[in-house]
Design a protein around this ligand. Structure first.
Ligand SMILES: Cc1cc2nc3c(=O)[nH]c(=O)nc-3n(C[C@H](O)[C@H](O)[C@H](O)COP(=O)(O)OP(=O)(O)OC[C@H]3O[C@@H](n4cnc5c(N)ncnc54)[C@H](O)[C@@H]3O)c2cc1C
Length: 481
């Protein structure tokens, strides 16, 4: 996606060179930290290597992939197929332009909102790549080649990550791509191999599969998405197999080449061969720290370019330098990155920080979507907590009937001893929205009785909470603890 509006940026020579906070990177963590510090009356500069603000989240990650997903669901008529059958389509022959149109408009709007947010809060932005020269100063190489020195009383490293591109994969960014290139100029191939069944690989594999692309998912490990409850993954795999997604798990990639017909040939170490029109390599990302000059400020990264921080304050080992977002590793979500940035800014300027909530939700925007909060059944068993589960299928709800949903389920886990909710796991339409009810009850230490005793809007998919809770309640001791 090309965005050429450099005039939006403050010219390099007009920038004040000393700030109370300098933020490197304008993604979710950098943005939140910058706005928080500005609201405290601090002078703040955000340096961004791209022409426009937003980070990976806006340009190649969260927003574009979710926009692509929405476009695919709408144009393919995916949500209506429960009623009208598998062959139902809103638009036949969906091509790259169809996907790109909505993407361009959404991103433009998103960036506009961010630029306005910076302006409104008096945050200065500077286009250029920053590199440390000492623990308080950074040199910025601007797009016109000019160099500018800036210094910060406090500095936040919010540089995020870049896709891992192993040298033995012959990337050409057209046929053999990483997750940045796949969204730059989307195409709809007839067949696609996805290497890496992490969240990004899974999302793209299922989005393309919803377009009737023949997808093969290659994952070296025998299992994937291990942090998700197994029952949900079993349901997920069942649905994907049912619509023709091929799984090649438990084998390493031996080589990726192109044959004479132009196909990508992926050879696995067990001898199996996968041929496809396009290949997406989505096995891992690296902290974008390689050219940040970290040695000049006394910091070092791990083997994947990530920085270690104090998990409460987000300070690095150099106390006035903070790091937040994907560059510090797990959970590597836009949602958690924002909170990390805000907390870092609060700590940097002496504002009391509320303790982080115990549980945050995880959203996987695959087709179907998955969302989870709290403990999985495996974790509950490992902790030896006596528990009971309840299951609701979306087809048991009236809203599900109205929407024509024949798939989707919610699983809830409760403590037998305290009756408290321990975890909620959802697969299906609206999972990433529905999860927040469970999240609230979980973090407020609520029990099964909340779901049994309260009235829910009808007809809604949220009714699944009541159905799943009643399902568990049927097998639980009747008396409240
Ligand atoms: C395909 C994909 C889908 C995703 N989907 C989701 C999702 O659905 N939900 C979710 O919560 N998260 C999702 N994520 C993760 C989310 O995008 C990241 O967690 C989030 O963007 C991390 O934010 P950040 O603050 O670390 O900065 P980033 O968004 O990573 O941005 C960092 C910025 O720093 C800039 N930068 C780097 N080095 C320098 C330098 N030296 N000087 C100046 N600027 C520099 C970069 O140009 C970049 O713009 C997804 C990620 C990907 C790749």
């Amino acid at each position: 996606m090309k965005q050429d509006r450099p005039e939006q940026w403050i010219p390099a020579d007009s920038a004040v060179d000393h700030y109370e906070l300098v933020v490197v990177g304008s993604g979710p963590s950098g943005r939140r930290a910058a706005v928080q510090a500005a609201k405290l009356g601090k002078s703040v500069l955000v340096i961004e290597g791209r022409k426009r603000v937003g980070g990976v989240s806006v340009h190649t990650g969260t927003i574009p992939s979710k926009t692509l997903r929405e476009t695919v669901l709408n144009l393919s008529g995916w949500r209506e197929r429960g009623f009208y059958g598998r062959s139902y389509r809103v638009k036949r022959n969906i091509d790259g332009d169809d996907l790109g149109n909505r993407l361009g408009k959404t991103l433009e709007h998103e960036i506009d909102v961010l630029e306005h947010q910076f302006q409104r809060n008096g945050v200065r932005t500077l286009s250029g790549f920053a590199r440390f020269v000492d623990p308080h100063r950074l040199v910025v190489t601007c797009p016109d080649g000019s160099m500018l020195m800036v210094s910060g009383e406090r500095i936040l490293i919010a540089v995020g990550t870049v896709p891992h591109r192993p040298s033995d994969i012959p990337f050409d960014d057209r046929i053999i791509l990483d997750s940045d290139a796949v969204i730059e100029a989307p195409r709809v191939p007839r067949s696609l191999t996805v290497i890496g069944a992490g969240v990004i690989g899974i999302e793209y594999a299922t989005i393309f599969s919803a377009l009737d692309v023949a997808v093969t998912l290659v994952e070296p490990r025998a299992t994937f998405l291990d942090f998700i409850d197994r029952e949900i993954i079993d349901e997920f795999v069942h649905q994907l197999r049912d619509r023709g997604v091929a799984f090649r798990t438990g084998s390493q990639v031996a080589s990726v080449t192109r044959n004479e017909e132009g196909q990508v040939v992926t050879t696995l170490d067990d001898g199996r061969i996968v041929r496809s029109e396009m290949l997406l390599y989505a096995a891992g990302r690296m902290g974008a720290t390689a050219s940040l000059g970290l040695d000049a400020c006394g910091l070092a990264t791990d083997g994947r370019g990530r920085l270690a921080v104090d998990p409460v304050t987000f300070q690095t080992s150099v106390p006035h330098i903070y790091a937040a977002g994907d560059v510090i590793g797990f959970p590597s979500l836009a949602s958690t990155s924002m909170e990390q940035g805000r907390i870092a800014a609060c700590h940097a300027f002496g504002l009391p920080m509320p303790p982080a909530p115990q549980y945050f939700p995880y959203g996987i925007y695959a087709v179907p979507e998955i969302s989870t909060v709290g403990l999985s059944e495996q974790e509950v068993r490992d902790k030896k907590i006596p528990y009971e589960c309840g299951i609701a299928r979306f087809r048991e709800t009236s809203r599900g009937h109205i929407m024509g949903l024949d798939q989707g389920l919610m699983k809830m886990i409760f403590s037998l001893k305290t009756r408290r909710l321990l975890g909620v796991h959802i697969i299906g339409e609206g999972a990433t929205e529905l999860i927040h009810i469970g999240q609230a009850v979980l973090n407020l230490k609520g029990t099964i009785d909340y779901f049994i005793e309260n009235t829910f809007n009808y007809p809604t998919l949220a009714e699944a909470y009541k159905i799943a809770a009643l399902d568990a309640w049927n097998r639980m001791p009747r008396d409240k603890a």
